[in-house]
Design a protein around this ligand. Sequence first.
Ligand SMILES: Nc1ncnc2c1ncn2[C@@H]1O[C@H](COP(=O)(O)OP(=O)(O)OP(=O)(O)O)[C@@H](O)[C@H]1O
Length: 237
Amino acid sequence: MQPDAELVLQVRDLQAYYGESKALHGVALEIRQGELVTLLGRNGAGKSTTLKCIMGAIPKRYGSVLLQGTEVIAAPSNRIARLGAAWCPEHRGIFSSLSVEENLVLPPVIAPGGMSVEEIYTLFPNLAERRRSQGTRLSGGEQQMLAIGRILRTGSRFLLLDEPTEGLAPVIIQNIGDAIRILKERGYTILLVEQNFHFASSVADRHYVMEDGLIAEHILAADIAGAIDRLHEYLAV
Ligand SMILES: Nc1ncnc2c1ncn2[C@@H]1O[C@H](COP(=O)(O)OP(=O)(O)OP(=O)(O)O)[C@@H](O)[C@H]1O
């Protein structure tokens, strides 16, 4: 942790419901400026729901979510986005009828200092080659790069990435890992949901492990070796 850095996100006692069914039972976590933190845990542990709550995408949510010190637990998604949080959802949300470049320029800019389209192509050279291709013609890896690239244009400095490596080939996972490391070097703050522990441990400063809608454990990157056996248990399906 970087104790002196500014708190970008502070979540306290976060609870969420799908209808009558409770998915989160009091999640607490925090992230400071420039940190890369993961949310680990098996299917259904509540990782995606936590990201959705932070982004205001779950109607029945309670507790506290402070974004740059502002309470957003009851705020609409567009306000949360304007406060600087950018979400890259698990389904990626690429517009299939639009080209790569059209997809890239679609999200509104919320703050100065976002990347230019050319900078995004430098980060993801595969996208540069495919700039005129329609969304439908992209591979899973190219779609993931586009989904991340698209939020970098907005000027947001806090990225919530939901399983960016899911279903991708090892070489593509490595490309995405390289890009995420570059973003971290450039000072972005990143909350990364992952089931791929090998990938998560190669990029993160610390890890929150979720189980049954709660944070079960908090592990610093430096302590990971001693926690491997427990982690395997948490992540086992
Ligand atoms: N749209 C939904 N309607 C009803 N229940 C849901 C919905 N989405 C998720 N859930 C339930 O909420 C709980 C948490 O799911 P969530 O998707 O947040 O888990 P996760 O850790 O992100 O796992 P995964 O990787 O499978 O998405 C699970 O019990 C899941 O079945």
